[in-house]
Design a protein around this ligand. Structure first.
Ligand SMILES: Cc1cc2nc3c(=O)[nH]c(=O)nc-3n(C[C@H](O)[C@H](O)[C@H](O)COP(=O)(O)O)c2cc1C
Length: 216
């Protein structure tokens, strides 16, 4: 039976429109313009993005991670290399990212392949993290069963004691991935469900991008 509480959740989108002429020829720069708008607004977890990967059986898996850096190559996040996602990425590097900023009526979809960032890059970022986050990375076997909350906190306390007054070493199992994109979509909510959608795909020589409006 349809759930009325869900069905009544609707609103109109009335953000200013998006046209091809307004879009930057580079999807990376277009993304940075939108991210600038997000960071200037009081949106929480502005850099949170859904990361979709696929396992060996073809089953997709989805989770939120935080975007930590964009480079000329792609979009970087950090995680545990031995996590469920780490195993999926080792089997199949194809992945998709999704940002949704409801306050701005905007969505961005990015598809491509994941590569590990260099160990030096991971180490530099690890060293910039708060000490407790470093200890957590050392204490958590991400995605593995754990006996109890108590067991987790005990491991954390043991690591804190072990490295008291010492630099916490960057664990090899922890590091970054960079999603190297081959497709972007920018979605702007508009009135009457006639939303603006534009996709960027690489041109034949992969030096520039084609921009195409899609039906909403
Ligand atoms: C707001 C938010 C931010 C998160 N950021 C990260 C992150 O940057 N890296 C990460 O490994 N997990 C992050 N997580 C946890 C993941 O969603 C996920 O639970 C974890 O990575 C294990 O995923 P897996 O079992 O599919 O490997 C975040 C979760 C939330 C809700």
């Amino acid at each position: 039976m349809p759930n009325r509480d869900y069905q009544n959740q609707r609103r109109d989108y009335d953000a200013p429109g998006l046209s091809k002429t307004q879009l930057h020829p580079s999807p990376f720069i277009q993304f940075s313009h939108w991210m600038k708008d997000v960071l200037a607004s009081p949106i929480q977890d502005a850099t949170a993005m859904s990361l979709a990967t696929v396992d060996a059986s073809g089953q997709p898996h989805n989770r939120i991670v935080l975007l930590k850096e964009t480079t000329e190559e792609g979009f970087i996040f950090y995680t545990h290399y031995d996590s469920e996602k780490g195993h999926e990425i080792a089997t199949n590097p194809k992945a998709a990212l999704l940002f949704f900023w409801p306050e701005l009526d905007r969505q961005v979809r990015i598809e491509g392949e994941l590569i590990k960032v260099s160990n030096a890059t991971s180490q530099t970022y690890f060293e910039s993290r708060p000490r407790d986050s470093q200890l957590a990375a050392l204490s958590s076997m991400q995605s593995q069963p754990v006996a109890s909350r108590k067991a987790l906190e005990e491991t954390f306390a043991k690591k804190a004691e072990q490295y008291q007054n010492q630099t916490i070493p960057h664990p090899e199992h922890w590091g970054g991935y960079c999603l190297v994109p081959n497709k972007f979509e920018f979605w702007q909510g508009r009135p009457n469900r006639l939303h603006d959608r534009f996709i960027y795909t690489p041109t034949a020589l992969k030096e520039t991008w084609d921009i195409q409006r899609l039906s909403p």
